[in-house]
Structures are given as structure tokens and as C-alpha cells.
Design a protein around this ligand. Structure first.
Ligand code: EPZ
Length: 427
């Protein structure tokens, strides 16, 4: 397994192009199953998870072609053409689903268009049990017959799914996406209440409308979808990745740098930009994106993760890394997942002072972190170690970097272009 070595102490200066959002690209790709027309997606990030989703769709019978290399000026972002005209296989197999939970996003489209789907239960992952009971309950309300056997979801509907009035018990991003996609081909009207409002959900809804879907309330917590007989192909560009942008903003801030993040807007950064400002980090809009500088000290601030538009759970680990060298104390509370503090013991090995009490972590600012050999456990925990390593004294070796490759396109290249001393050690 590859490792990454970082020698800390360099203030990041320069430009970082932000790639398309992983968590928008994955549902957008699965939306291709809703039509026999071609769905053309641009600004797709070249990530392990995107390749996994591509493999999953191809084994269902989708034809797919992807740019060999990026055609964009920044050198990032691929265009993918997907055509699900001849779907021959309705099973999403365990060996693919277990590597990427987002595979469950084929369930709604397959059920809506073909009346059947057999999808492996995703199982838990490092950050929690991550059930999909709310996806299944909503689809059953729309008339699906669902039984669980041998670790698989066997879903079937006689005729077409029926529109229903559905309230999600908790906000679920992929649950909202799965059911919204299913509702576009159901008979009648579906209302989704307590729907997720993440920008990636909005991006999917906007693409579905381009494909001929009828969706009201986009961007709000209540989506109203009028089912249609069929959808057609479309072209769509994936929105920028606000979590990647927030991650590099934290890297610029912790090193006292000055970095322009290109391709992302202040608006999409939302609560992250507000919280960073409270901590003393300057994020200002520029013609091509946002500029991140840290002129004076870093102050400890309190953070509570919430569904959008609150502070995103996918930025919790990165914020914690930043707070380990802030002045004063900060309290970070994780309200979305039950076990998303795996980065704590690793940051502690680098000299961070963190105490976890249930779903809250108290961080007391340390003068200086020191490099160590650490291990990545999940996508965002691993990148929090990169952020800490950039500011730490000496060398840090990060093991199991395949987690990073799932969500960050050419991370070493983007960071070393801004002066970071970072290299990948091939195993
Ligand atoms: C999406 O996961 C993202 N993944 C996650 O990003 C992100 O952390 C999460 O939303 C929250 O924002 C993709 O979009 C591909 P949820 P998802 O359903 O949809 C509970 C990353 O790092 N829940 O919104 O799986 C669940 O256990 C990844 O890029 C149920 O109880 O998350 C959790 O506590 C990690 N039953 C909460 O809801 C359900 O049926 C939110 O989960 C579904 C969810």
C-alpha cells in the first residue's frame, strides 16, 4: 500500500484548481440508468470512487466512454458519456458495493425504470453502521416489494412505482437522491419532506430537470416530483467540490499561507467560510474562485456538524486538525455519524491535545505539532492527517493512502504546486 511523506513547515502559496464534487458525480452517474438516452457529464473528478461507479454501471449493461485526459484548461475534470439503452443485469454485486456505499444509488433508478433491482446491502464502514432503512421505507411507500436475503436487497414492483407523500425521519443525502430519482418515473406525484438540501442534491435535481423530470422545491427541504413516462439524455457539468475546497482552505490556513482556490464560489462554501472567518481566516471571493489567507493568529472556535446549510460532517476532521494549533480551546461535536473521530488518536500522536467525550471532542491548542508515522482510516480522517502534517515540525508518514485517492484528485500535485514538501512512496 502506498504511503505519503510530508515534511511540514512550508506556508502554502499559489493556486489550487478545485475538481468536480465526488458526491455530486456519483449520483449523477447513476441517473444515467433512468433513460435510454445519452447522459453527458463534464467536470467529473478522476477518483477511485468514480471508477468504481463506472464499473458498476458497465456491469449493468451501460455503455460508457470517458476522456483519456482532461480537456479543461486547469488539467482537471473528465467528460463521461453514459448510455443505459441495454440494461441486461439488475444486480449490484457485493464485491463492488462493499468498496463504495454510494453503489446503493442504482437502486432507485433500476426499480423505477425496470421494476426490479438486486443490490447488495452496503454494510457498515469505519464511520458508522450507516443503515439504508430510510431508502427502503420510502421505496416501499411507493409500492416496491422489498425483501432482504443473503445480504442482498431484492426489490420488485408490479407495473410502475406510485407517487407518495414521504417524510424522512432523519435527513439522508443519498436517501433523498435515491428516492428523488425513483420518483421521476413513478405514476403521480411524490412529496419528499425533510429532504437533504446539500448542493450535491440540488445539482442532481437540476440535471434530472434537464433530462425532462418535473421537480419543484429544488434546494428546499420539501421536494415535489411529478412522475413522467420517460426521461431523455442531457448534458451537465458537475458542481465544484466544496469539501475539497474546504480541505485546501484548512491546509492554507494551518500553514499561514495565501492560496487561491479556483472554480469554487463563496456561496457554496457557506457555513465553512463563516466558521473559518470566526477562527481568524480570511476567505474572499476572486474573479476565479476564493482567496484564503491567514494574516494573524488562529482562534479556537466551537463547531457542531449539521445537515446543509449547517457545518458539513465531511469537514469535521479537517477542522479538528486546524484547531489543534489554534489559540485557546475549541469544542467539536459530531451529530451525523456515531464514530467519526478516528483521526483523534492519530492527531494525538502528532502532539495534538484532544479529549473525546461521547460525540464531542475538546481540543486545546498546541504550540507546535511534530511529525510522526500515522495511519489513515477513512477518507476525511486521512486528509486531516495531511493538514496536520503540513504544519508539523519534521516528517510525517501517512499509511493507507488509498483512502485519500477515493476523494482527492492528484492531491500531492495540487499541494506541491503551492510549495508543500510532499511525496508518494509507492509500495
Ligand atoms: C452522504 O452519505 C455522503 N456520501 C457522505 O460523504 C456524507 O458524510 C453524508 O452524506 C452526510 O453528509 C455521498 O454523498 C456519496 P446520510 P450518506 O444518509 O447519504 C443515517 C464522504 O466523505 N441514516 O446523509 O450515506 C446515517 O446513519 C462521504 O464523501 C439512517 O439512519 O449519509 C447517518 O447517521 C462520507 N438511515 C445520517 O442518517 C438511512 O436510511 C446521515 O446519513 C440513511 C441514513
Amino acid at each position: 500500500m502506498d504511503k505519503i511523506r510530508i515534511r511540514g513547515g512550508h506556508a502554502l502559496k499559489g493556486i489550487i484548481p478545485i475538481s468536480g464534487a465526488k458526491n455530486a458525480a456519483l449520483p449523477l452517474m447513476s441517473a444515467a440508468l433512468l433513460t435510454e438516452g445519452e447522459l453527458k457529464l463534464s467536470n467529473i473528478p478522476y477518483l477511485a470512487d468514480v471508477i468504481t461507479m463506472a464499473n458498476l454501471l458497465v456491469q449493468h449493461g451501460t455503455t460508457l466512454h470517458m476522456d483519456e485526459k482532461s480537456a479543461s484548461a486547469t488539467g482537471f475534470g473528465r467528460t463521461i458519456g453514459l448510455k443505459a439503452a441495454n440494461i441486461t443485469n439488475f444486480t449490484a454485486p457485493y464485491d463492488l458495493v462493499r468498496t463504495m456505499r454510494a453503489s446503493v444509488l442504482v437502486l432507485g433508478p433500476l426499480l423505477a425504470r425496470f421494476g426490479q433491482a438486486k443490490v447488495s446491502l452496503p454494510g457498515g464502514c469505519a464511520i458508522g453502521t450507516r443503515p439504508i432503512d430510510l431508502h427502503l421505507k420510502a421505496l416501499e411507500q411507493m409500492g416496491a416489494l422489498i425483501e432482504l436475503a443473503d445480504g442482498y436487497i431484492n426489490a420488485f414492483v408490479k407495473g410502475k412505482l406510485k407517487g407518495a407523500d414521504i417524510t424522512f425521519d432523519t435527513v439522508t443525502v443519498t436517501g433523498t437522491e435515491n428516492v428523488m430519482m425513483a420518483a421521476t418515473l413513478a405514476e403521480g406525484e411524490t412529496t419528499l419532506r425533510n429532504a437533504a438540501r446539500e448542493p450535491e442534491v440540488t445539482d442532481l435535481a437540476n440535471c434530472l430537470v434537464k433530462m425532462g423530470a418535473n421537480i419543484q422545491g429544488i434546494g428546499s427541504g420539501t421536494l415535489i416530483i411529478q412522475g413522467t413516462k420517460a426521461l431523455h439524455g442531457a448534458e451537465h457539468s458537475v458542481i465544484a467540490d466544496r469539501i475539497e475546497a474546504g480541505t485546501y482552505a484548512a491546509a492554507a490556513a494551518i500553514t499561514g499561507g495565501d492560496v487561491e482556490l479556483q472554480g469554487v464560489s463563496m456561496q457554496i462554501l457557506g457555513a465553512v467560510a463563516e466558521k473559518f472567518a470566526e477562527a481568524g481566516i480570511d476567505i474572499k471571493p476572486t474573479a476565479k474562485g476564493v482567496r484564503v489567507t491567514r494574516n494573524n493568529g488562529l482562534n479556537g472556535v466551537d463547531v457542531m456538524t449539521q445537515p446543509y446549510p449547517g457545518f458539513p460532517t465531511d469537514m469535521q476532521a479537517q477542522m479538528m486538525a486546524l484547531m489543534t494549533v489554534a489559540k485557546g480551546a475549541s469544542m467539536i461535536t459530531e451529530t451525523i455519524f456515531e464514530n467519526r473521530f478516528m483521526h483523534v488518536p492519530e492527531l494525538t500522536r502528532m502532539g495534538a491535545k484532544i479529549n473525546v467525550h461521547g460525540s464531542s471532542a475538546m481540543i486545546r491548542g498546541a504550540k507546535q505539532l511534530t511529525g510522526a508515522e500515522v495511519m489513515a482510516t477513512d477518507l476525511r480522517a486521512s486528509v486531516s492527517l495531511v493538514i496536520a502534517a503540513l504544519a508539523a515540525k519534521g516528517d510525517t508518514i501517512i499509511n493507507r493512502v488509498y483512502h485519500l485517492d477515493r476523494g482527492y484528485e492528484r492531491l500531492e500535485e495540487k499541494l506541491s504546486a503551492c510549495g508543500a514538501e510532499i511525496e508518494r512512496i509507492k509500495s
